[in-house]
Design a protein around this ligand. Structure first.
Ligand code: ARG
Length: 590
């Protein structure tokens, strides 16, 4: 009887609170991520990522190339990127037009017929045109409405992409303008316009911009990071309703019509396989159907058609294409690629033997006459390892061996490097193993200017803790013990899974921010003594290897109740780039 009562109470409770699926992740929301959070999204090409936030880049860092553009202050810039990075520092300077600043041209947006100045029907006067025109309503969305409001000085964007009293208003003009934006433009002139004829019976597009004072939050609303309230039903749908994207960045799943990035970000479905990476790990651009020649041919046809249409109707240059072009011109580094992928072969602990080129980032650190630890080549002259592997002031006693496969039967690819400099994390704690990370700089050979390490490829460094999730299968490799006490001399590797909530195994010894755990259900594969300082790499969907962890510690080896603990490399991206330079390790957001 009691149970029945409880059950029915529970049932009522559930009914009362049943609503559309809520995909939001609370813990993530507390980080207040926005479109400026580079642990969740890519920065704009005129921004760079510093400590998790996209900040303005100086104009001279823009890639060469592109054509000149004119700003609203009638200043000529060499490229769209130059203007945008200047605007980033001086927001009153906005994009006006592609080309020169010859005439005193203007682009104006105004809201008509509204009761308040912040609402009404959108009217625009384009550059090169004397007429004021209406925007078409049929393809009008909150994405464009947010840009209109931002253009007019409302940073939080639009409340609705309509104006409620516009029912009686008919378009007086015989045609209207279709506009499409990406959503983060600061001026409507950056969006693409095209003219549509015979639209006399279409109601024009309207907008109600968001004003902090007027909108009392409803009980079922979501509070964006910028303070705007939106209906909860509009979160995790791939559409940037908030105007700062905060409604799309902490989603365990996404509503139909949008794509879920592994980093728990929702993007519009049509960003998938569009040739531009939107998810930080590129999962939106992998497994695209018919990626090869046939698709490109197909696209060619489509593009031709679009171009014919556009030549007739497009009224301005599409700055989104320019943005993409700039993005593609940014410097790129090569990392994480290997010429062969590991295959199953005979049997670290429980692992398989590696062959040449399988782990080109793996190095061995030799102290006196012993291979003491592993290490990871990350580019330039730099090796990452665990802090507990090295002692300050002993740099001269270490050697870095690259290309090593077996230190009994030495292979010809091996090179031995002296250590020039040793940097141990200054918060490393030998008692708790917190911040178990160190950098070794190897000496350049002869009077060479650069380090060239043949038969090595740097591992990529993760810049966000959202790149790989628990249960992802990664690879640990090293020269460590085969079983609890049996010494092996060759490089071994094995698959291990990332494990969530590791405190349940190690309680207070595990520090979530700085450490991560990996292992197998039965403990059959694990790192062991001697593997320390070596790599735990995870592959993205294009098979690029990221250094996700550095072998640090564990209770015994290969015990399922005690998984291996690794230094969480993503937490140290800024620490590493401080010493080695951002340009060496940053793949994006530079
Ligand atoms: N600290 C050990 C070393 O110096 C590595 C231990 C890793 N242990 C483990 N069970 N995963 O080599």
């Amino acid at each position: 009887m009691r149970l029945y009562l409880l059950l029915s109470l529970f049932f009522c409770f559930c009914l009362a609170f049943r609503k559309e699926p809520d995909f939001l992740i609370k813990k993530c929301l507390s980080n207040r991520y926005t479109h400026q959070s580079c642990s969740k999204v890519f920065c704009q090409p005129w921004e760079k990522c510093v400590e998790g936030t996209c900040i303005c880049k100086l104009p001279y860092l823009c890639p060469k190339g592109g054509s000149s553009v004119c700003s609203t202050s009638h200043r000529l810039f060499r490229s769209y990127c130059q203007l945008k990075s200047y605007e980033c520092l001086h927001p009153e300077n906005k994009f006006l037009i592609n080309g020169t600043c010859e005439k005193k041209e203007t682009f104006t947006v105004s809201l008509e017929f509204g009761e308040l100045p912040s609402e009404g029907i959108v009217q625009v006067k384009l550059v090169n045109s004397d007429e004021r025109e209406y925007l078409c309503n049929s393809k009008w969305s909150i994405t464009e409405a947010n840009v209109v409001c931002r253009h007019l000085g409302h940073a939080e964007g639009a409340l609705y992409h309509r104006y409620s009293n516009n029912s009686g208003i008919q378009m007086k003009a015989p045609n209207c303008l279709d506009v499409t934006c990406r959503g983060l433009e600061s001026s409507l002139s950056e969006c693409a316009f095209s003219k549509r004829a015979n639209t006399n019976d279409e109601t024009p597009a309207g907008v109600t911009c968001y004003l902090r004072e007027v909108e009392p939050p409803s009980p079922d609303s979501f509070k964006c990071v910028n303070g705007k309230f939106i209906p909860r039903s509009k979160t995790c749908d791939g559409i940037n309703d908030c105007a700062d994207q905060s409604d799309e960045l902490c989603c365990r799943a996404c509503q139909p019509g949008s794509f879920h990035c592994t980093s728990d970000v929702c993007i519009p479905e049509d960003y998938r396989c569009n040739g531009e990476m939107d998810c930080i790990l590129g999962d939106d651009e992998s497994n695209c159907k018919g990626e090869e020649s046939f698709e490109t041919q197909d696209q060619g046809v489509r593009q031709d058609e679009v171009q014919v249409q556009e030549r007739a109707q497009a009224l301005n240059d599409n700055m989104d294409n320019e943005r993409r072009k700039i993005k593609s011109l940014l410097p790129q580094i090569t990392c994480g690629m290997r010429r062969i992928t590991p295959i199953r072969r005979k049997r670290i602990l429980g692992g398989k033997s590696a062959i040449k080129d399988e782990f080109p980032w793996q190095v061995a650190i030799k102290e006196d006459n012993q291979i003491k630890c592993g290490g990871i080549y990350i580019g330039g002259c730099w090796i990452l390892t665990a802090a507990h592997c090295v002692r300050p002031n002993k740099a001269h006693r270490y050697q870095v061996w690259t290309g090593l496969l077996d230190w009994i039967k030495l292979n010809p690819e091996i090179q031995i490097h002296k250590v020039n400099q040793l940097i141990i994390h200054d918060q490393y704690s030998a008692s708790t193993y917190q911040n178990d990370i160190a950098l070794l700089e190897v000496k350049k050979q002869g009077n060479k200017k650069e380090c060239d390490l043949p038969f090595t490829t740097p591992a990529c460094l993760p810049w966000s803790e959202y790149m790989f999730r628990p249960n992802h299968r990664c690879i640990v490799s090293g020269f460590g013990l085969e079983e609890e006490f049996s010494r092996v001399y060759s490089l071994k590797w094995g698959h291990v899974n990332l494990i969530a909530n590791c405190s349940k195994f190690y309680s207070s010894r595990f520090y979530e921010k700085e450490m991560l755990c990996a292992g197998t259900e039965d403990g059959s594969i694990d790192a062991c003594k001697g593997d320390s300082g070596g790599p735990l790499v995870c592959m993205d969907s294009n098979n690029v290897a990221y250094l996700w962890g550095i072998v640090s510690w564990g209770e015994n080896c290969g015990k399922p109740e005690f998984p291996g603990v690794y230094t969480k490399v993503a937490n140290y991206f800024d620490w590493i780039s401080h010493y080695v330079g951002r340009a060496l390790i940053a793949q994006y957001n530079v």
